[in-house]
Design a protein around this ligand. Sequence first.
Ligand SMILES: NC(=O)c1ccc[n+]([C@@H]2O[C@H](COP(=O)([O-])OP(=O)(O)OC[C@H]3O[C@@H](n4cnc5c(N)ncnc54)[C@H](OP(=O)(O)O)[C@@H]3O)[C@@H](O)[C@H]2O)c1
Length: 376
Amino acid sequence: MYPELQFFPLIIHATFARLGTFPLLKEGRGKIGVKQFCLLFVTCIAPSSLSNGPTTSNIPEKTFLLNLPLWISNGFFFYFSSRKYIAGAVCKSTAKLNGKVVVITGGNTGIGKETAKDLAQRGARVIIACRDMTKGETAASEIRTQTGNQQVIVKKLDLADTKSIRVFAENFLKEEKELHILINNAGVMLCPYSKTADDFEMHFGVNHLGHFLLTFLLLEHLKKSVPARIVIVSSLAHMGSRINFSDLQNEKFYNRNLAYGHSKLANLLFTQELARRLQGTVVTVNALHPGIVYTDLIRHSILLKLACKMCTFFLKTPQEGARTSVYCAVAEELESVSGKYFVNCQPAYIAPQGRNEATARKLWSVSCELLGIQWD
Ligand SMILES: NC(=O)c1ccc[n+]([C@@H]2O[C@H](COP(=O)([O-])OP(=O)(O)OC[C@H]3O[C@@H](n4cnc5c(N)ncnc54)[C@H](OP(=O)(O)O)[C@@H]3O)[C@@H](O)[C@H]2O)c1
């Protein structure tokens, strides 16, 4: 009836694009609200159906030409809105980190590398702790070139070997006077059943026990450098798991999905127990889920690798995945926030088994026992 109406969404989109925003999403929120959905319907769908009257349907070429800008604009609109939604919230802090020392495990690739890059960009001295020095040096040199920050250093750390963790910590304590931010980022997922050098199941040993020991060894340095922060990269996978104290090393039953979830649940319980023990110290500890990010983490599953390759559009890039880690490391509003879990730069829901104090305390003492350390 009113073919001109078809240009209405185009005008609306152009206006919003001109204003630097899209109606569907608000910067930093990553959520589609009812209002945004209604706006989308009114601007995109309703005019198209209204205009499909006899006037245009009688002249097909004219309809096509009239619809073309509409489809193009809607295509762009949907593409950018969806990508923005998938990318999630951004860390808006502009905090500078000149003079601050950061240690990040697994900073040679994926989320860790992007986190290291962001923190280097802010002026921090970044120590990439990784098991493969060649990969680490390649990443560090790329970060140095891109950020202009020459204070990006690589140190050897194999979280699957407590001797390597102790050597790393010993050298670090000798060489560095302070430590302001510790990011426990490294991780393994879906490994075939295997054990660390100390006979711990690989997921539990690397993702939980390795970081538990590292944090223990570096904690006094963090306390000397207050305000200091510990950031622990956990996962949404904590939700489908339980801590099975009678078979912590999965010797009786092994499922690699459960083993990963188990280690990420341990990360969360550790975060909360550590936060309780650090009360009054100005050292905070928070955990996070980075989102579903396309990285090398899936290297042990051919099926997942294939699925992710086909669905890259729906996955976060490592840079987008690093946003919540960076947020927990620098956001001014988190200065005194501790023991929390963040997703998309916002506090998030923790499954009941992930906030059970008794389990967290028990896991703490069992971890100390397994590692042969005394940590009260
Ligand atoms: N990607 C996701 O969708 C997702 C979702 C939820 C949580 N996470 C968590 O995010 C963190 C980062 O993962 P990512 O996705 O960035 O995966 P990634 O690209 O595979 O990075 C994992 C990092 O951990 C390192 N690492 C593994 N085993 C190690 C060991 N024994 N000692 C020292 N470093 C070791 C890897 O080193 P190499 O390069 O030498 O292997 C690599 O640098 C992990 O804790 C993961 O559980 C990821």
